[in-house]
Design a protein. Sequence first.
Length: 256
Amino acid sequence: MHVDPPPTSPLREALPPHAPLSAYYGDEADHQRFLRRIFDDTAPDYERIERILALGSGPWYRRSALARAGLGPGAQVLDVGIGTGMVAREALRLIGPQGRLVGVDPSPGMMGEVHLPGVELRRGRAEALPCDDASADFLSLGYALRHIADVSAAFAEFHRTLRPGGRVLLLEITRPVGRLSTSLLRGYMRAVVPLIARAVGRRSDTAELWRYYWDTIEACISPQVVMGALRTAGFTEVHRHLELGIFSEYTAVKPA
């Protein structure tokens, strides 16, 4: 199924999530090719590395964040950037058998690792979701904000596909406050994590992915800009909840 979204206004200014990272790609077309390659190639390693880094706490945290955002039984969920299904897996526990979940991702490799009965997978990008207007009660985006080309276009799509009263949850890792905290996390993500990825990963690109992961965290637009973009897209009740100084949960509501 593919539903073309309405045309984007030519007056709207694009909002990239971070400045171009020339160490990995050139122009925006090259950026999109890089993302497709790195995520397709490393998909079989992704959850294995994440479980090691999170010390097994990832499922509990994702489920808690979804519950805090108001996800409950029977909801119709749109999980954008579903990846290998780590957020979707916890959402299914909360919505139960009466709920429904559609996952969207541009990476066939990542979606090939999703093994969740009843989940409908659609290939697509956040800026042009293959979904009907007002078709979801709840929209989640798990750690993929930094990989969107245009945050403003994506948020406009989130608003379009949610029903009035629908809720959005954006999970993201945010650069910590303070030089020491940033330096420690940078050293961990750029040095320690790639070593772990080389040791336990089966794909040669896995270490590169995790270096890139940190570089996008460090270069990402500020939480204030993210929240402002949600408001500009038409959302209300925009809030940010912070866990452990780095895990940001952005929530918002489409007015009823």
